[in-house]
Design a protein around this ligand. Structure first.
Ligand SMILES: NC(=O)c1ccc[n+]([C@@H]2O[C@H](COP(=O)([O-])OP(=O)(O)OC[C@H]3O[C@@H](n4cnc5c(N)ncnc54)[C@H](O)[C@@H]3O)[C@@H](O)[C@H]2O)c1
Length: 434
């Protein structure tokens, strides 16, 4: 199948790089977003997200005349949906006495509805947003059929998950293996033909629900493996063991690879997607729910560790280093570090946080310092929450000159192996009961 023009709904971390990729490979792309600031920014030749190399590619795509942006879709050969699929903040489900989070599919619904007036015979519609199983056939197809056309007979529908790593999106969009699930084999083939425009990785065709499950399974697998590492950190403390050493030794087994514990799991993928299984089949997702609960409760475990290190939290000044959900990124979404800061403040500590990738971040309930020095100035204790390179590289000698604190609490194993004791520090490490 040949595509001359496509319309991409949602111009965020996924939609904008994808739009510019198609546009720089000779396809006319109309990028659609409901946020007028994003439209204005791109029209002015700038971008609104931090992703290496993206600014140049978007500029080239706009200058070539192949990428334009608009507030509403228009007729095209294919439509791609890459809008957010978060969970509801205040609306929970209940099953068997347990609470679970529910997917907020309003953006997918409204983006699909916006396509309906423009849908023509022979079109392809692809959902890329991470979605609960059966979303393509149970939510997207019925909305599209309000056009009077019949899916599978008059137009093609597919689901294609995205697995790119922020910071490497442009390379991974091209090189990663891609899965395309069609509502029928012809739809999968149409999706294959579309992505083959720029994808150099293998393209695997399957059905739509399998493709949806593949994406959620990938992130659930990682969530469960991090949960077991977090539980190992609690057990190691109980048994007087150093979990980091135990993980390293266990991973010498040729078929064992244990992930790292830490203050919890964050970001908008791994900490969100497993809920889609729990919501759709709570009776069959008990391990998945437990893993989510373990990871969501890890910030409380960190607070207990800080309490142990300081005796009491009331009035204690704590410098919290890092707010991002993982090392060396500026993304604070669903970050467990932020949750730790909230819990410490609630327990009566005076917390000054510093996030080098977003020092100006204004988060409710977080007192953020603009520099490392300001966060550390009067501290009683220093709490390492994110393994940013900048923090890992701090030496005992440097730290000694910028803070009066002599108690360090390391939740990410960033400061292991340095001689903190002879510099006068007392180091407490997550998962170390020795
Ligand atoms: N960011 C990632 O690394 C990543 C990786 C894999 C999968 N995903 C999934 O991809 C989807 C998009 O994620 P993202 O990170 O690009 O989100 P994002 O928040 O960066 O961007 C989404 C964009 O969609 C726009 N939007 C919302 N409703 C709309 C509508 N009805 N019509 C048009 N535009 C609309 C928003 O204004 C926003 O600009 C999500 O389902 C996410 O889980 C993201």
């Amino acid at each position: 199948m040949k595509f001359n023009k496509i319309c991409i709904l949602g111009l965020g971390y996924i939609g904008l790089p994808t739009a510019s990729m198609f546009a720089t490979h000779g396809i006319k792309v109309v990028g659609v977003d409901t946020n007028p600031i994003i439209i204005e920014t791109i029209q002015a030749g700038r971008i609104h997200i931090h992703e290496p190399g993206l600014g140049e590619v978007v500029e080239a795509a706009v200058n070539s005349g192949n990428l334009s942006v608009a507030a509403q879709p228009e007729p095209a050969d294919a439509f791609l949906i890459a809008v957010p699929t978060p969970f509801y903040e205040h609306d929970f489900g209940q099953y068997d006495g347990q609470t679970y989070k529910k997917a907020d599919m309003r953006a997918v619904t409204s983006a699909t509805e916006a396509i309906v007036p423009h849908l023509r015979k022979g079109n392809l519609v692809v959902l890329e947003s991470t979605s609960p199983p059966r979303t393509t056939i149970d939510l997207v197809v019925p909305i599209l059929e309000r056009s009077g056309l019949k899916a599978g007979r008059d137009f093609f529908v597919a689901y294609s998950p995205e697995r790119v790593l922020p910071g490497q999106i442009l390379r991974e969009l091209i090189e990663n293996a891609r899965v395309i699930g069609g509502i029928d084999p012809e739809s999968a083939q149409a999706g294959h033909d579309l992505y083959a425009t720029f994808v150099k990785g293998e393209i695997h065709k399957t059905d739509a629900t399998t493709a949806e499950m593949v994406k959620i399974m990938e992130n659930t697998y990682r969530d469960i493996n991090i949960a077991v590492a977090n539980e190992f950190s609690r057990l190691a403390e109980r048994f007087g063991v150093d979990v980091w050493e135990a993980i390293q030794l266990s991973s010498l087994h040729p078929r064992v690879k244990i992930l790292k514990p830490g203050p919890g799991v964050g970001g908008h993928c791994i900490s969100v997607d497993p809920w889609f299984f729990v919501e759709c089949a709570p009776d069959l997702s008990k391990l998945i729910l437990r893993a989510r609960q373990v990871n969501d409760s890890q910030p409380e475990f960190v607070v207990e560790l800080v309490k142990k290190a300081l005796g009491s939290l009331t009035g204690k000044k704590i410098a919290a280093l890092g707010l991002a959900y993982k090392p060396d990124v500026d993304d604070l979404r669903e970050s467990p570090a932020v949750e730790v800061v909230h819990l410490l403040a609630k327990a009566g500590a005076a917390v000054k946080a510093f996030e080098p990738f977003k020092p100006e971040a204004a988060l409710p309930g977080v007192d953020a310092a603009l520099t490392l020095e300001l966060a550390l100035k009067d501290a009683d204790a220093v709490l390492l929450l994110v393994d940013h390179t900048e923090f890992r590289q701090l030496s005992p000698e440097t730290l000694k000159t910028i803070t009066p604190a002599r108690v360090l609490i390391d939740t990410v194993n960033g400061w292991e192996g340095k001689d903190w004791t002879s510099a006068g520090f007392k180091l407490f490490r997550l998962g170390v009961g020795k």
